[in-house]
Ligand binder design. Structure first.
Ligand code: ADP
Length: 466
Protein backbone atom coordinates (compact mmCIF):
# COMPACT_ATOMS: atom_id res chain seq x y z
CA UNK A 1 0.00 0.00 0.00
CA UNK A 2 1.30 3.49 -0.86
CA UNK A 3 2.70 5.60 1.98
CA UNK A 4 0.11 8.37 1.47
CA UNK A 5 -2.80 5.92 1.85
CA UNK A 6 -1.16 4.23 4.83
CA UNK A 7 -0.57 7.57 6.57
CA UNK A 8 -4.10 8.84 5.79
CA UNK A 9 -5.61 5.59 7.10
CA UNK A 10 -3.53 5.80 10.27
CA UNK A 11 -4.71 9.38 10.78
CA UNK A 12 -8.33 8.29 10.24
CA UNK A 13 -8.02 5.47 12.80
CA UNK A 14 -6.23 7.58 15.44
CA UNK A 15 -8.52 10.60 15.03
CA UNK A 16 -11.74 8.53 15.00
CA UNK A 17 -10.68 6.52 18.04
CA UNK A 18 -9.77 9.56 20.10
CA UNK A 19 -12.97 11.32 18.94
CA UNK A 20 -15.17 8.40 20.04
CA UNK A 21 -13.41 8.18 23.42
CA UNK A 22 -13.66 11.94 23.97
CA UNK A 23 -17.33 11.94 22.93
CA UNK A 24 -18.28 9.10 25.26
CA UNK A 25 -16.39 10.58 28.24
CA UNK A 26 -17.68 14.14 27.78
CA UNK A 27 -21.24 12.96 27.11
CA UNK A 28 -21.27 10.74 30.22
CA UNK A 29 -19.86 13.31 32.58
CA UNK A 30 -22.23 15.96 31.19
CA UNK A 31 -25.22 13.66 31.74
CA UNK A 32 -24.10 12.77 35.28
CA UNK A 33 -23.58 16.41 36.24
CA UNK A 34 -26.90 17.39 34.63
CA UNK A 35 -28.84 14.63 36.40
CA UNK A 36 -27.36 15.42 39.80
CA UNK A 37 -28.25 19.07 39.17
CA UNK A 38 -31.84 18.13 38.35
CA UNK A 39 -32.15 15.74 41.34
CA UNK A 40 -30.45 18.05 43.80
CA UNK A 41 -33.75 19.65 45.04
CA UNK A 42 -35.48 16.31 45.67
CA UNK A 43 -32.44 14.75 47.31
CA UNK A 44 -32.33 17.61 49.86
CA UNK A 45 -35.91 16.78 50.76
CA UNK A 46 -35.16 13.05 50.84
CA UNK A 47 -32.45 13.70 53.45
CA UNK A 48 -35.11 15.18 55.77
CA UNK A 49 -37.36 12.13 55.20
CA UNK A 50 -34.37 9.81 55.82
CA UNK A 51 -33.88 11.36 59.27
CA UNK A 52 -37.57 10.96 60.17
CA UNK A 53 -37.75 7.40 58.79
CA UNK A 54 -34.59 6.53 60.73
CA UNK A 55 -36.41 7.50 63.91
CA UNK A 56 -39.39 5.41 62.78
CA UNK A 57 -37.19 2.32 62.24
CA UNK A 58 -35.47 2.80 65.58
CA UNK A 59 -38.79 2.67 67.40
CA UNK A 60 -40.36 -0.18 65.36
CA UNK A 61 -37.37 -2.10 63.95
CA UNK A 62 -39.49 -3.10 60.93
CA UNK A 63 -41.14 -1.32 58.01
CA UNK A 64 -44.67 -2.66 58.65
CA UNK A 65 -47.22 0.16 58.86
CA UNK A 66 -44.82 2.67 57.38
CA UNK A 67 -47.44 3.44 54.72
CA UNK A 68 -49.94 4.87 57.30
CA UNK A 69 -46.94 6.54 59.02
CA UNK A 70 -46.23 8.45 55.79
CA UNK A 71 -49.77 9.76 55.94
CA UNK A 72 -49.08 10.97 59.52
CA UNK A 73 -45.94 12.74 58.33
CA UNK A 74 -47.44 16.25 58.17
CA UNK A 75 -47.88 16.25 61.91
CA UNK A 76 -44.47 14.69 62.58
CA UNK A 77 -42.64 17.03 60.26
CA UNK A 78 -44.46 19.91 61.80
CA UNK A 79 -42.93 18.91 65.13
CA UNK A 80 -39.45 18.68 63.53
CA UNK A 81 -39.89 22.16 62.10
CA UNK A 82 -40.64 23.48 65.51
CA UNK A 83 -37.94 21.58 67.31
CA UNK A 84 -35.14 20.76 64.84
CA UNK A 85 -35.38 22.26 61.36
CA UNK A 86 -36.70 25.70 62.19
CA UNK A 87 -37.65 26.40 58.54
CA UNK A 88 -40.36 28.42 56.88
CA UNK A 89 -43.90 26.93 56.77
CA UNK A 90 -44.08 27.22 52.94
CA UNK A 91 -41.01 25.01 52.58
CA UNK A 92 -42.65 22.50 54.82
CA UNK A 93 -45.78 22.49 52.63
CA UNK A 94 -43.65 21.95 49.49
CA UNK A 95 -42.03 19.00 51.19
CA UNK A 96 -45.34 17.31 51.87
CA UNK A 97 -46.60 17.88 48.33
CA UNK A 98 -44.02 15.41 46.97
CA UNK A 99 -44.52 11.77 46.30
CA UNK A 100 -42.39 9.70 48.72
CA UNK A 101 -41.36 6.08 48.30
CA UNK A 102 -39.63 3.93 50.93
CA UNK A 103 -37.78 0.71 50.06
CA UNK A 104 -36.44 -1.87 52.52
CA UNK A 105 -32.92 -3.36 52.56
CA UNK A 106 -33.82 -5.64 49.62
CA UNK A 107 -35.22 -2.87 47.46
CA UNK A 108 -38.84 -3.93 48.03
CA UNK A 109 -41.15 -0.91 48.21
CA UNK A 110 -42.72 -0.83 51.66
CA UNK A 111 -44.47 2.50 51.28
CA UNK A 112 -45.56 4.76 48.42
CA UNK A 113 -47.64 7.85 49.11
CA UNK A 114 -49.59 7.10 45.92
CA UNK A 115 -49.79 3.39 46.79
CA UNK A 116 -48.88 2.42 43.18
CA UNK A 117 -45.51 0.75 43.82
CA UNK A 118 -46.15 -0.73 47.27
CA UNK A 119 -45.01 -4.38 47.41
CA UNK A 120 -42.98 -4.25 44.18
CA UNK A 121 -39.19 -4.61 43.84
CA UNK A 122 -37.75 -1.34 42.74
CA UNK A 123 -34.99 -1.41 40.08
CA UNK A 124 -31.48 -1.00 41.54
CA UNK A 125 -30.80 1.87 39.11
CA UNK A 126 -33.46 3.97 40.83
CA UNK A 127 -32.65 2.73 44.35
CA UNK A 128 -29.05 3.87 43.83
CA UNK A 129 -30.31 7.45 43.36
CA UNK A 130 -32.14 7.37 46.73
CA UNK A 131 -30.99 8.50 50.17
CA UNK A 132 -30.16 5.66 52.60
CA UNK A 133 -32.05 5.38 55.88
CA UNK A 134 -29.34 4.37 58.35
CA UNK A 135 -29.75 3.41 61.97
CA UNK A 136 -26.63 2.93 64.06
CA UNK A 137 -24.53 2.82 60.91
CA UNK A 138 -26.65 0.06 59.28
CA UNK A 139 -28.59 0.76 56.11
CA UNK A 140 -32.15 -0.27 56.85
CA UNK A 141 -33.82 1.16 53.79
CA UNK A 142 -33.90 3.86 51.15
CA UNK A 143 -36.09 6.85 50.64
CA UNK A 144 -36.82 8.38 47.25
CA UNK A 145 -38.60 11.65 46.66
CA UNK A 146 -40.17 13.02 43.47
CA UNK A 147 -37.88 12.76 40.48
CA UNK A 148 -35.68 10.22 42.24
CA UNK A 149 -38.36 7.54 42.16
CA UNK A 150 -37.76 6.75 38.55
CA UNK A 151 -34.66 8.57 37.48
CA UNK A 152 -36.06 9.40 34.06
CA UNK A 153 -35.88 13.12 33.41
CA UNK A 154 -38.81 15.25 32.46
CA UNK A 155 -39.43 15.84 28.74
CA UNK A 156 -37.90 19.35 28.79
CA UNK A 157 -34.84 18.23 30.74
CA UNK A 158 -34.44 15.23 28.46
CA UNK A 159 -34.62 17.52 25.40
CA UNK A 160 -32.11 19.86 26.98
CA UNK A 161 -29.72 16.95 27.67
CA UNK A 162 -30.20 15.72 24.09
CA UNK A 163 -29.34 19.16 22.68
CA UNK A 164 -26.13 19.18 24.80
CA UNK A 165 -25.28 15.70 23.49
CA UNK A 166 -25.92 16.90 19.93
CA UNK A 167 -23.62 19.89 20.44
CA UNK A 168 -20.84 17.63 21.77
CA UNK A 169 -21.35 15.30 18.80
CA UNK A 170 -21.27 18.23 16.37
CA UNK A 171 -18.06 19.61 17.92
CA UNK A 172 -16.51 16.13 17.79
CA UNK A 173 -17.40 15.65 14.11
CA UNK A 174 -16.02 19.11 13.23
CA UNK A 175 -12.73 18.42 15.03
CA UNK A 176 -12.48 14.98 13.40
CA UNK A 177 -12.94 16.56 9.96
CA UNK A 178 -10.41 19.34 10.72
CA UNK A 179 -7.86 16.85 12.07
CA UNK A 180 -8.36 14.57 9.06
CA UNK A 181 -8.01 17.46 6.62
CA UNK A 182 -4.80 18.62 8.30
CA UNK A 183 -3.55 15.03 8.36
CA UNK A 184 -4.20 14.57 4.64
CA UNK A 185 -2.53 17.91 3.81
CA UNK A 186 0.48 16.88 5.91
CA UNK A 187 0.59 13.47 4.22
CA UNK A 188 0.55 15.08 0.77
CA UNK A 189 3.25 17.57 1.81
CA UNK A 190 5.35 14.59 2.90
CA UNK A 191 4.71 12.15 0.09
CA UNK A 192 4.72 14.50 -2.92
CA UNK A 193 8.43 15.38 -2.67
CA UNK A 194 9.23 11.73 -1.95
CA UNK A 195 7.42 10.78 -5.15
CA UNK A 196 9.44 13.28 -7.20
CA UNK A 197 12.64 12.01 -5.56
CA UNK A 198 11.65 8.46 -6.49
CA UNK A 199 10.95 9.55 -10.09
CA UNK A 200 14.34 11.28 -10.38
CA UNK A 201 16.12 8.28 -8.80
CA UNK A 202 14.42 5.94 -11.30
CA UNK A 203 15.64 8.16 -14.15
CA UNK A 204 19.20 7.93 -12.82
CA UNK A 205 18.90 4.12 -12.79
CA UNK A 206 18.03 4.26 -16.47
CA UNK A 207 21.11 6.42 -17.10
CA UNK A 208 19.53 9.88 -17.14
CA UNK A 209 20.99 12.11 -14.41
CA UNK A 210 19.56 15.36 -15.72
CA UNK A 211 16.59 15.83 -13.34
CA UNK A 212 16.88 18.02 -10.28
CA UNK A 213 14.32 17.89 -7.49
CA UNK A 214 12.80 21.16 -6.26
CA UNK A 215 11.63 21.13 -2.62
CA UNK A 216 10.98 24.42 -0.88
CA UNK A 217 11.57 25.07 2.81
CA UNK A 218 14.35 24.21 5.20
CA UNK A 219 13.15 20.93 6.68
CA UNK A 220 14.70 17.48 6.40
CA UNK A 221 12.94 16.85 3.06
CA UNK A 222 14.49 19.98 1.53
CA UNK A 223 17.87 18.82 2.89
CA UNK A 224 17.32 15.39 1.33
CA UNK A 225 16.46 17.02 -2.02
CA UNK A 226 19.57 19.24 -1.83
CA UNK A 227 21.74 16.18 -1.07
CA UNK A 228 20.07 14.33 -3.93
CA UNK A 229 20.75 17.22 -6.34
CA UNK A 230 24.39 17.38 -5.20
CA UNK A 231 24.67 13.66 -5.87
CA UNK A 232 23.16 14.11 -9.36
CA UNK A 233 25.60 16.94 -10.13
CA UNK A 234 28.52 14.80 -8.96
CA UNK A 235 27.25 11.86 -11.03
CA UNK A 236 27.03 14.13 -14.09
CA UNK A 237 30.55 15.41 -13.46
CA UNK A 238 31.92 11.89 -13.02
CA UNK A 239 30.12 10.74 -16.15
CA UNK A 240 31.53 13.63 -18.19
CA UNK A 241 35.02 13.00 -16.76
CA UNK A 242 34.75 9.31 -17.60
CA UNK A 243 33.70 10.09 -21.17
CA UNK A 244 36.55 12.59 -21.49
CA UNK A 245 39.11 10.05 -20.23
CA UNK A 246 37.82 7.42 -22.65
CA UNK A 247 37.92 9.90 -25.56
CA UNK A 248 41.40 11.14 -24.63
CA UNK A 249 42.72 7.62 -24.11
CA UNK A 250 41.35 6.51 -27.48
CA UNK A 251 42.94 9.55 -29.10
CA UNK A 252 46.33 8.98 -27.47
CA UNK A 253 46.34 5.28 -28.28
CA UNK A 254 45.35 5.86 -31.88
CA UNK A 255 48.63 7.65 -32.82
CA UNK A 256 51.06 4.80 -32.08
CA UNK A 257 48.61 2.21 -33.39
CA UNK A 258 48.23 4.13 -36.67
CA UNK A 259 52.01 4.39 -36.93
CA UNK A 260 52.51 0.65 -36.36
CA UNK A 261 49.67 -0.16 -38.76
CA UNK A 262 51.04 2.16 -41.48
CA UNK A 263 54.56 0.77 -41.20
CA UNK A 264 53.41 -2.86 -41.34
CA UNK A 265 51.11 -2.12 -44.32
CA UNK A 266 54.04 -0.34 -46.01
CA UNK A 267 56.17 -3.42 -45.49
CA UNK A 268 53.44 -5.71 -46.88
CA UNK A 269 53.01 -3.43 -49.92
CA UNK A 270 56.81 -3.25 -50.36
CA UNK A 271 56.89 0.53 -49.70
CA UNK A 272 59.09 0.02 -46.61
CA UNK A 273 61.90 -2.48 -46.59
CA UNK A 274 61.23 -5.43 -44.34
CA UNK A 275 64.50 -5.17 -42.47
CA UNK A 276 65.71 -4.96 -38.89
CA UNK A 277 65.68 -1.16 -38.86
CA UNK A 278 62.02 -0.85 -39.88
CA UNK A 279 61.06 -3.58 -37.42
CA UNK A 280 63.00 -1.71 -34.72
CA UNK A 281 60.94 1.43 -35.25
CA UNK A 282 57.74 -0.66 -35.10
CA UNK A 283 59.06 -2.24 -31.89
CA UNK A 284 59.77 1.20 -30.40
CA UNK A 285 56.20 2.24 -31.09
CA UNK A 286 54.85 -0.90 -29.40
CA UNK A 287 57.03 -0.13 -26.38
CA UNK A 288 55.69 3.43 -26.26
CA UNK A 289 52.16 2.07 -26.56
CA UNK A 290 52.74 -0.40 -23.77
CA UNK A 291 54.22 2.37 -21.53
CA UNK A 292 51.16 4.50 -22.18
CA UNK A 293 48.83 1.63 -21.30
CA UNK A 294 50.87 0.95 -18.13
CA UNK A 295 50.67 4.62 -17.12
CA UNK A 296 46.92 4.72 -17.67
CA UNK A 297 46.47 1.57 -15.63
CA UNK A 298 48.69 2.99 -12.88
CA UNK A 299 46.64 6.17 -12.78
CA UNK A 300 43.43 4.22 -12.56
CA UNK A 301 44.55 2.00 -9.71
CA UNK A 302 45.92 4.95 -7.71
CA UNK A 303 42.71 6.89 -8.25
CA UNK A 304 40.45 3.97 -7.31
CA UNK A 305 42.45 3.40 -4.11
CA UNK A 306 43.38 -0.14 -5.20
CA UNK A 307 47.09 0.59 -4.88
CA UNK A 308 48.25 0.33 -1.31
CA UNK A 309 51.11 2.61 -0.29
CA UNK A 310 53.49 1.78 2.50
CA UNK A 311 53.50 4.34 5.31
CA UNK A 312 57.09 4.65 6.39
CA UNK A 313 59.31 7.52 7.48
CA UNK A 314 61.05 8.98 4.42
CA UNK A 315 64.11 11.20 4.65
CA UNK A 316 62.97 13.92 2.24
CA UNK A 317 66.40 15.49 1.76
CA UNK A 318 67.97 12.18 0.86
CA UNK A 319 65.10 11.33 -1.56
CA UNK A 320 65.48 14.72 -3.32
CA UNK A 321 69.25 14.35 -3.59
CA UNK A 322 68.89 10.88 -5.06
CA UNK A 323 66.44 12.16 -7.72
CA UNK A 324 68.72 15.14 -8.51
CA UNK A 325 71.67 12.84 -9.14
CA UNK A 326 69.61 11.05 -11.83
CA UNK A 327 69.22 14.35 -13.72
CA UNK A 328 72.81 15.61 -13.57
CA UNK A 329 73.56 14.44 -17.13
CA UNK A 330 70.30 15.72 -18.64
CA UNK A 331 70.67 19.14 -16.99
CA UNK A 332 74.28 19.60 -18.01
CA UNK A 333 73.38 18.61 -21.59
CA UNK A 334 70.99 21.62 -21.66
CA UNK A 335 73.45 23.75 -19.64
CA UNK A 336 70.80 24.10 -16.93
CA UNK A 337 71.92 25.00 -13.44
CA UNK A 338 70.24 22.38 -11.21
CA UNK A 339 70.45 23.43 -7.55
CA UNK A 340 69.28 22.18 -4.17
CA UNK A 341 68.56 24.31 -1.11
CA UNK A 342 67.25 23.46 2.32
CA UNK A 343 65.35 25.67 4.75
CA UNK A 344 65.41 23.24 7.64
CA UNK A 345 68.49 22.30 9.66
CA UNK A 346 67.56 18.68 10.21
CA UNK A 347 66.20 16.59 7.33
CA UNK A 348 62.40 16.52 7.14
CA UNK A 349 60.81 13.11 7.55
CA UNK A 350 57.67 12.52 5.51
CA UNK A 351 55.20 9.69 6.04
CA UNK A 352 54.56 7.67 2.92
CA UNK A 353 55.79 5.37 0.22
CA UNK A 354 59.47 5.95 -0.63
CA UNK A 355 59.15 4.83 -4.27
CA UNK A 356 55.98 6.83 -4.96
CA UNK A 357 57.20 10.06 -3.35
CA UNK A 358 60.42 9.62 -5.34
CA UNK A 359 58.25 9.34 -8.47
CA UNK A 360 56.59 12.69 -7.70
CA UNK A 361 59.96 14.44 -7.23
CA UNK A 362 61.27 12.76 -10.37
CA UNK A 363 58.24 13.91 -12.45
CA UNK A 364 58.55 17.52 -11.28
CA UNK A 365 62.31 17.77 -11.94
CA UNK A 366 61.85 16.00 -15.28
CA UNK A 367 59.20 18.54 -16.32
CA UNK A 368 61.36 21.45 -15.16
CA UNK A 369 64.26 20.22 -17.32
CA UNK A 370 61.89 19.51 -20.21
CA UNK A 371 60.29 22.96 -20.26
CA UNK A 372 63.26 25.14 -19.20
CA UNK A 373 65.26 26.47 -22.14
CA UNK A 374 69.05 25.95 -22.26
CA UNK A 375 71.18 28.04 -19.83
CA UNK A 376 68.25 28.24 -17.44
CA UNK A 377 68.04 27.48 -13.75
CA UNK A 378 66.14 24.96 -11.62
CA UNK A 379 65.95 25.11 -7.83
CA UNK A 380 64.69 22.22 -5.70
CA UNK A 381 64.03 23.38 -2.15
CA UNK A 382 63.37 21.41 1.02
CA UNK A 383 61.07 23.79 2.88
CA UNK A 384 60.62 24.11 6.62
CA UNK A 385 56.98 22.90 6.46
CA UNK A 386 54.57 22.91 9.42
CA UNK A 387 54.02 20.79 12.52
CA UNK A 388 51.89 18.37 10.50
CA UNK A 389 53.34 18.63 7.00
CA UNK A 390 56.75 18.47 5.34
CA UNK A 391 57.10 20.46 2.16
CA UNK A 392 59.31 20.81 -0.89
CA UNK A 393 59.21 22.84 -4.10
CA UNK A 394 60.60 22.59 -7.62
CA UNK A 395 60.92 25.89 -9.51
CA UNK A 396 62.48 26.90 -12.78
CA UNK A 397 63.29 29.80 -15.12
CA UNK A 398 61.12 28.28 -17.88
CA UNK A 399 57.99 29.71 -19.55
CA UNK A 400 55.87 29.32 -16.40
CA UNK A 401 52.18 28.37 -16.28
CA UNK A 402 49.39 30.89 -16.90
CA UNK A 403 46.85 31.40 -14.14
CA UNK A 404 44.02 29.98 -16.31
CA UNK A 405 45.91 26.74 -16.96
CA UNK A 406 46.86 26.03 -13.35
CA UNK A 407 43.70 24.16 -12.39
CA UNK A 408 43.82 21.99 -15.48
CA UNK A 409 47.44 20.86 -15.74
CA UNK A 410 46.85 18.11 -13.15
CA UNK A 411 44.15 16.53 -15.34
CA UNK A 412 44.83 13.61 -17.68
CA UNK A 413 46.29 14.31 -21.11
CA UNK A 414 46.37 18.03 -20.46
CA UNK A 415 49.20 19.76 -22.27
CA UNK A 416 49.55 23.50 -22.55
CA UNK A 417 51.43 23.52 -25.81
CA UNK A 418 50.58 20.21 -27.42
CA UNK A 419 53.10 20.28 -30.28
CA UNK A 420 56.03 21.17 -28.01
CA UNK A 421 54.99 18.76 -25.33
CA UNK A 422 54.57 15.86 -27.76
CA UNK A 423 57.94 16.67 -29.33
CA UNK A 424 59.49 16.26 -25.92
CA UNK A 425 57.64 12.97 -25.44
CA UNK A 426 55.06 14.36 -22.99
CA UNK A 427 51.58 12.88 -22.97
CA UNK A 428 50.06 15.05 -20.29
CA UNK A 429 50.01 12.27 -17.68
CA UNK A 430 53.04 13.09 -15.48
CA UNK A 431 51.35 15.73 -13.32
CA UNK A 432 48.13 13.70 -13.17
CA UNK A 433 50.07 10.79 -11.65
CA UNK A 434 52.01 13.07 -9.30
CA UNK A 435 48.78 14.70 -8.13
CA UNK A 436 47.05 11.34 -7.53
CA UNK A 437 50.02 10.03 -5.53
CA UNK A 438 50.16 13.17 -3.37
CA UNK A 439 46.37 13.04 -2.81
CA UNK A 440 46.57 9.36 -1.83
CA UNK A 441 49.14 10.36 0.81
CA UNK A 442 46.79 12.98 2.23
CA UNK A 443 48.91 15.83 0.87
CA UNK A 444 48.55 18.68 -1.65
CA UNK A 445 50.31 19.82 -4.80
CA UNK A 446 49.99 23.42 -6.06
CA UNK A 447 51.54 25.56 -8.75
CA UNK A 448 52.51 29.25 -8.56
CA UNK A 449 55.00 31.74 -10.05
CA UNK A 450 58.68 31.30 -9.35
CA UNK A 451 61.09 34.11 -8.56
CA UNK A 452 63.26 32.49 -11.25
CA UNK A 453 60.64 33.55 -13.81
CA UNK A 454 59.06 30.17 -14.50
CA UNK A 455 56.76 27.79 -12.62
CA UNK A 456 57.00 26.71 -9.01
CA UNK A 457 55.41 23.44 -7.86
CA UNK A 458 54.95 23.04 -4.11
CA UNK A 459 54.17 19.66 -2.52
CA UNK A 460 53.02 19.08 1.06
CA UNK A 461 53.04 15.59 2.57
CA UNK A 462 52.07 14.58 6.13
CA UNK A 463 55.02 14.66 8.53
CA UNK A 464 56.06 11.29 9.95
CA UNK A 465 54.60 10.96 13.44
CA UNK A 466 52.88 14.37 12.94
P1 ADP B 1 53.72 16.12 -19.99
O1 ADP B 1 54.03 14.68 -19.96
O2 ADP B 1 53.09 16.58 -21.25
O3 ADP B 1 54.85 16.94 -19.52
P2 ADP B 1 52.54 16.72 -17.47
O4 ADP B 1 51.26 16.21 -16.91
O5 ADP B 1 53.77 16.39 -16.77
O6 ADP B 1 52.56 16.24 -18.97
O7 ADP B 1 52.39 18.27 -17.61
C1 ADP B 1 51.22 18.82 -18.12
C2 ADP B 1 51.52 20.11 -18.85
O8 ADP B 1 51.94 21.11 -17.89
C3 ADP B 1 52.70 20.00 -19.78
O9 ADP B 1 52.27 19.61 -21.06
C4 ADP B 1 53.25 21.40 -19.78
O10 ADP B 1 52.61 22.14 -20.78
C5 ADP B 1 52.92 21.95 -18.44
N1 ADP B 1 54.08 21.95 -17.54
C6 ADP B 1 54.42 21.00 -16.64
N2 ADP B 1 55.54 21.35 -15.96
C7 ADP B 1 55.90 22.55 -16.43
C8 ADP B 1 56.99 23.45 -16.14
N3 ADP B 1 57.88 23.18 -15.21
N4 ADP B 1 57.03 24.60 -16.83
C9 ADP B 1 56.10 24.90 -17.76
N5 ADP B 1 55.06 24.11 -18.07
C10 ADP B 1 54.98 22.93 -17.44
Amino acid sequence: MKLKYRLSLSFLVVVSLSAVITFVLVQRSTETVFRSFVFSGDSAKAKVYAGILGDYWQSKEKWDDVQPFLRELPNLVSEKIDTRLQVDQTVFRDLLADRVVVADQNGVIVADTTGVLTGTVHPYKHISHGIPVTVGGVREGTVLVGSMIDSALTGAAERYLLSITESILFATVISVCAALLLGILFTLRLTKPLASLARAAKKITSGDATDTVVIQGDDELAELAAAFNDMTTELKRLDAAKKQVIADSAHELRTPVTLIQGTIEGMIDGVFPMNAETLKSVHEETLRLSRLIDTLRELEIIESGELSFSREGIDLRETIRRALSLFSVASSQKAIDLEFASESETPSVAEGDYVRIGEVIYNLISNAIKYTPPDGKILVREESGTADFVSFSVEDSGPGIEQAERARIFGRFYRIDKSRSTESGGRGLGLAIASEIVKAHGGTITVSDSVLGGARFTVKIPRFGG
